[in-house]
Design a protein around this ligand. Structure first.
Ligand SMILES: *[C@@H]1O[C@H](CO)[C@@H](O)[C@H](O)[C@H]1NC(C)=O
Ligand SMILES: [Zn+2]
Length: 486
């Protein structure tokens, strides 16, 4: 027992020593890159300088945490048909991390892409939490009125976490209640010592479990202190500052540009060409949320800096929301309007399978969901992709060539199972017993009549249903995708 606790103490000491390293580093969000002095990850600015006094006057007009909680639930009661309120965990000080899910079928899984928005990662960057509440309410008010709002509500699932760090907000500082910078707390590809989920802060752990549970296609976190759309990688292996693109660099540039070009003036930035930047090119950070999402969740995440000042006067918040409105809408809608989408099926059973999809020349893969076998692969439009490969253990991979123009492509795969001896399964005999052909034929014939009967009943039901919903479908119908099956 004594030895055990001694080891534990030692471990804690070691962890303490290590975790103090990344917190020394500069801040993604509100960090002035001119403060960067040199190599090997040393920065002139530290957390202390990032903590100016936040006065009562600055906070005036911003929602407190209890007020935000009320606003989230008020949204839920105002727009119950297209939303669901749930919590993904609690902060250190036990404040629930409330999420608003927006979709026309908010309580169901569907074969649709999912996007998540996270605000207030840093306690002292409150603009995101306010803007996200504006965003949710705008979607609710404009569903079935505005085409983009309707498109988003009907064709995807949007999850909004207004604050990831309520404690930091209440304490008016950057980190959480333990003063850990949450955007340095994720397992990092270059720091293997922080890979254990049990040593993460509760807020970080909540996000990690959430990403493992939901099947997010893309996401964005909102920060303040600069005006730029930042994309992976955030860190370099040697800790030096240079452009370090991830395998999906082109797609990320496209997504970041969608945000920046749709923004009131982000793309006019003098500091960042086109208003976008590679994270490591700006300044490398380690343990960030963005890289982790891409590596472990196949979730294409951007880090968005949406206002030069961290605490603009509350009266300016509606204007900042307006400046970001089209950006947010277009970024979220890009999950429907671009990329390759489809489902993967097993040829023998006809069931959906959670295979994965890879693009030749891009070293990353996205997984299809378990429930529907649907996958959603973000890709930069206007490119030729030599081979889109779907694979699954126990099945023969299939590949096809795609020219992706401005619109999304629908691409389904039907994979043939491989027999244990490596041969392709050509015919299928479900009996698993030597049944004679004559009997088999009769069984199939009986099935056939049953199928026809069921189809007939379904058809009648469908026609009845269609009559009822025709008016709704007429209001808005979106089907720009080019359907292909392989
Ligand atoms: C964008 O507009 C805001 C508000 O008018 C202004 O404060 C900021 O300096 C502008 N930024 C750029 C890059 O033009
Ligand atoms: Zn930040």
């Amino acid at each position: 027992m004594a030895i055990l606790s001694f080891h534990f103490l030692l471990l804690l000491l070691l962890l303490g020593a290590f975790s103090s390293l990344p917190t020394q580093a500069a801040a993604r969000g509100g960090h002035d890159p001119s403060g960067y002095v040199g190599n090997h990850g040393s920065f002139s600015r530290n957390l202390l300088e990032d903590k100016p006094r936040i006065t009562e006057e600055m906070v005036y007009g911003y929602m407190t945490n209890p007020e935000l909680e009320v606003a989230v639930h008020a949204f839920g009661s105002r727009c119950p048909n297209i939303s669901r309120i749930y919590s993904i965990g609690k902060s250190v000080n036990n404040f629930p991390l409330w999420v608003i899910e927006i979709s026309d079928k908010p309580r169901q899984k569907e074969a649709e892409p999912a996007f998540k928005f996270i605000g207030n990662v840093h306690g002292d960057e409150p603009v995101g939490r306010e803007v996200l509440m504006h965003f949710a309410n705008w979607l609710c008010d404009n569903y079935l009125k505005d085409p983009l709002a309707t498109l988003i509500v009907e064709n995807m699932h949007l999850h909004i976490l207004p604050t990831m760090n309520p404690d930091g907000f209440a304490l008016r500082w950057r980190g959480n209640a333990n003063n850990v910078d949450l955007n340095r707390d994720f397992p990092d590809q270059f720091s293997p010592f922080n890979n254990d989920i049990n040593y993460r802060q509760p807020e970080t752990r909540a996000i990690m479990n959430w990403v493992k549970q939901e099947h997010f296609t893309a996401s964005a976190s909102l920060h303040g202190g600069a005006l730029v759309a930042n994309y992976p990688w955030d860190g370099t292996r040697d800790k030096n500052k240079y452009y370090y693109g991830c395998p999906d660099d082109k797609t990320f540039q496209y997504m970041a540009s969608v945000y920046s070009q749709s923004h009131y003036n982000m793309s006019l930035s003098k500091e960042f060409e086109g208003g976008i930047t590679n994270g490591a090119f700006w300044y490398p950070i380690y343990g960030g949320m963005q890289d982790w999402n891409y590596i472990h969740g196949s979730c294409f995440e951007l880090t968005l800096e949406i206002s030069d000042t961290k605490w603009p006067k509350a009266a300016e918040l509606p204007v900042i929301w307006e400046h970001n409105r089209m950006s947010m809408l277009n970024l979220v809608a890009s999950l429907i309007k671009s990329g390759i989408h489809g489902r993967i099926f097993a040829a023998d059973t006809g069931r959906p399978i959670s295979g994965s999809v890879m693009i030749k020349g891009i070293d990353s893969k996205v997984r299809a969901s378990r429930t529907y076998g649907d996958y959603h692969r973000m890709l930069a439009p206007g490119e030729k992709y030599e081979a889109v490969v779907a694979s699954m253990e126990g099945f023969r991979p299939k590949s096809t060539r795609i020219v992706l123009e401005q619109e999304a492509v629908n691409l389904d795969f039907i994979l043939d199972p491989i027999e244990p001896d490596g041969q392709m399964k050509l015919t299928r005999n479900d009996c698993g017993c030597p049944c004679d052909n004559d009997k088999l034929f009769h069984v199939q014939e009986a099935h056939l009549w049953l199928y026809i009967l069921v189809l007939f009943v379904l058809l009648i039901l469908y026609l009845l249903f269609k009559r009822k919903t025709a008016s709704r479908l007429l209001t808005y119908r979106y089907s720009p995708r080019r359907p292909i099956a392989v």
